[in-house]
Design a protein around this ligand. Structure first.
Ligand SMILES: Cc1ncc(COP(=O)(O)O)c(C=O)c1O
Length: 384
């Protein structure tokens, strides 16, 4: 037997034994896993449904069609108003495809600041260095949370947008524990004549279940990864208003990618089917309840929680200047998997950040309830 299978077995055992609290991780179902490991991985299908560059794709067309239908249904979208591309290989590529479709090189993007919870793929750069390809192609400026409240001040974002005049405004991120006011973001974008992209990678499953508000009434384009709260395979989707769909599709293929991963698209279709069940809605509600209990316990234990709580599936703790990595390693030594994260107005570096980020999606899939999170919250504070 190939040594790789020994390693997979070891990893499988570990995933059953440790406590996984990284907000962007989850445990897929056996059906999602079966589709991922299926013969669909053998097939090349460059192009789109009914317009492939390779033969032998009639069944593949049915699979991609079904996935698109389920994606629109999951988010309650009218196919006359919205289209969806299910081919992006990852969230970063989905976002890049949107920029490539809507912008010209040199155009301006305004997005959420990384240390305040933004994402790399929204054009991360520092004052000294253009780190991402996006920041090299486009002119990027970031908006930040308010120093006192640690949440967004939409009037301030508006003033900044009026001055900077971006062609694209992006909301969404990886560590912002509060709901985003999509309506206000749309108003700001409209006022300055910008497109509005809502990246709901983290919140997708919670929006699908109706536990959080969605951006679909307000955004021109919505991107999301499929493997976090949505509990599907690793991948991404781009939802776009009908008039933008064609350019988005061309931007994904042939603009950026070659053959779509049909096994992933099939697995996504399975996950989207699961997301429409009563059990999933119950799961999503429990994810948020668990995060709110966790935040309360941590606060009661005297820890500093960014923004004073959470509206969703994650909690960000300020563990003191540059202590994030040390705390994350200490927790790992005790079987608890979290990640070190920057916090708003971070005074240390991304390699030695001052926070840790804790999420409830994975362990809620494992069946954890409020009392489990109360216990783990107490243990985490003890270890900190
Ligand atoms: C908000 C957001 N956008 C994009 C991505 C990128 O996704 P991927 O890792 O699939 O490229 C992530 C992943 O963490 C994310 O949180």
């Amino acid at each position: 037997m190939d040594k790789i299978f020994d390693l997979i077995k070891k990893e499988e055992k570990q995933q059953k034994e440790l406590v996984y609290l990284i907000p962007s991780e989850n445990f897929i179902s056996d059906n999602v896993k079966a589709a991922l490991g299926s013969c669909l991985s053998n097939k090349y299908a460059e192009g789109y449904v009914g317009k492939r560059y390779y033969q032998g794709n009639k069944i593949i067309d049915e699979i991609e069609n079904l996935c698109q239908e389920r994606a629109l249904k999951t988010f309650g979208l009218d196919e006359n108003i919205w289209g969806v591309n299910v081919q992006p290989h990852s969230g970063c590529e989905a976002n890049l495809a949107v920029y490539n479709a809507l912008l010209e090189p040199g155009d301006k993007i305004m997005s959420m600041y990384l240390p305040d919870g933004g994402h790399l793929s929204h054009g991360w750069q520092t004052e000294k260095r253009k780190i991402t390809l996006v920041s090299k192609i486009y002119e990027v400026e970031f908006y930040k949370v308010n120093f006192k409240t640690q949440v967004f001040d939409y009037d301030e974002i508006k003033r900044q947008a009026q001055k900077f005049k971006p062609k694209l405004i992006i909301s969404g991120g990886t560590a912002y524990p509060r709901e985003i006011d999509y309506e206000k973001m749309e108003q700001i974008a409209k006022e300055v004549g910008a497109y509005y992209l809502a990246d709901v990678s983290h919140e997708a499953g919670l929006i699908a279940a109706g536990v959080l508000n969605g951006p679909f009434k307000f955004a021109d384009v919505v991107t999301m990864t499929t493997h976090k709260t949505l509990r599907g395979p690793r991948g991404a989707m781009i939802f776009a208003k009908e008039d933008l769909v064609d350019s988005i599709n061309k931007s994904v293929f042939p603009g950026l990618q070659g053959g779509p991963h049909i096994h992933t698209i099939a697995a996504l279709a399975v996950a989207l089917g699961e997301s429409q069940t009563k059990e999933f809605k119950k799961y999503a509600r429990q994810v948020v309840k668990n995060a709110q209990v966790l935040a309360k316990v941590l606060i009661d234990e005297g820890l500093k929680i960014i923004s004073g709580g959470t509206d969703k599936h994650l909690v960000l703790i300020d563990v003191g200047l540059g202590n994030g990595k040390r705390v994350a390693e200490k927790l790992e030594d005790n079987g608890i998997i979290v990640n070190a994260n920057t916090i708003p107005f971070e005074q240390s570096s991304p390699f030695k950040p001052s926070g840790i980020r804790i999420g409830t999606p994975a362990m809620t899939t494992r069946g954890w309830k409020e009392d489990d999170f109360e216990k783990i919250g107490k243990k985490i504070s003890e270890l900190i």
